[in-house]
Design a protein around this ligand. Structure first.
Ligand code: SAM
Length: 218
């Protein structure tokens, strides 16, 4: 019974709530969309990112990690280019089954979070070649909310944070989620630099940092 109820809610309200939040991205519409679609980023996070994406329309938006928010990013940047990078095949399948029109590339980082100190000392190992559609662009806005990085056995965000610093356009905006965690904090300070930090927005499931990169470092 609960499952049927959830399916009805999703069908009648979840997708329309994305359309509404795209057309009118207020705190209220974004909050409703977030709850109905089980998005992890808070409404304040979604609002901060979408404000910059809309300001820079039609922008080139690159996102590390897919999720139930992916369709919103694609729609809010509808006249721009929105590309996602994901490493987890099952999660990729689950998200692309629901949201069919996303441009997602499956990639392999070949890291474990436990390697973070060694990688910081050997930054050449952080680089990797991404699909040509990603490498050929310099991106206006980058969101790093993947890969998973909760524990030492997870992939960790060392490469995604490093790559964001390499792929961003001058004056581009980088958002990194989960900066309350040690590895994200250290990698952001190292590659995105404290002087580029504009804001940090707290949240119960992680802090979001916003950097504006006036000088690319890599
Ligand atoms: C943190 S989630 C993205 C969350 C999304 N931005 C949101 O706010 O809902 C992104 C990363 O988590 C990992 N992941 C794996 N399984 C997952 C699951 N069941 N739910 C969420 N994320 C998962 C994925 O590999 C992905 O790169």
């Amino acid at each position: 019974m609960k499952e049927i109820f959830e399916k009805v809610i999703k069908y009648f309200f979840a997708l329309p709530s994305v359309e509404l939040a795209t057309l009118w991205p207020s705190y209220l519409t974004i909050s409703a969309m977030r709850i109905l679609n089980k998005i992890q980023l808070t409404a304040a996070h979604l609002k901060a990112i979408s404000t910059i994406v809309k300001e820079k329309a039609s922008c080139k938006l690159l996102i590390f990690g897919v999720g139930y928010d992916s369709i919103f990013w694609s729609k809010i940047n509808k006249d721009g280019v929105t590309v996602f990078l994901e490493n987890n095949k099952d999660w990729y399948q689950a998200v692309t089954d629901i949201s069919k029109d996303l441009t997602v590339f499956l990639i392999n980082y070949n890291t474990k979070r436990s390697d973070w100190k060694m990688l910081l000392d050997s930054p050449s190992l952080l680089d990797m070649t991404l699909p040509n559609d990603v490498e050929k662009e310099r991106w206006d806005v980058i969101l790093v909310d993947g890969p998973d990085g909760q524990n030492d056995q997870n992939t960790g965000r060392m490469k995604s944070i490093f790559l964001s610093s390499r792929l961003i356009k001058n004056s581009g905006d980088i958002f990194v989620h989960d900066c309350n965690r040690e590895v994200e904090d250290i990698y952001c300070n190292n590659f995105l630099k404290k002087e580029n930090l504009k804001t940090e927005i707290k949240g119960p499931m992680g802090y979001l940092r916003h950097y504006q990169i006036t000088n690319r470092y890599t």
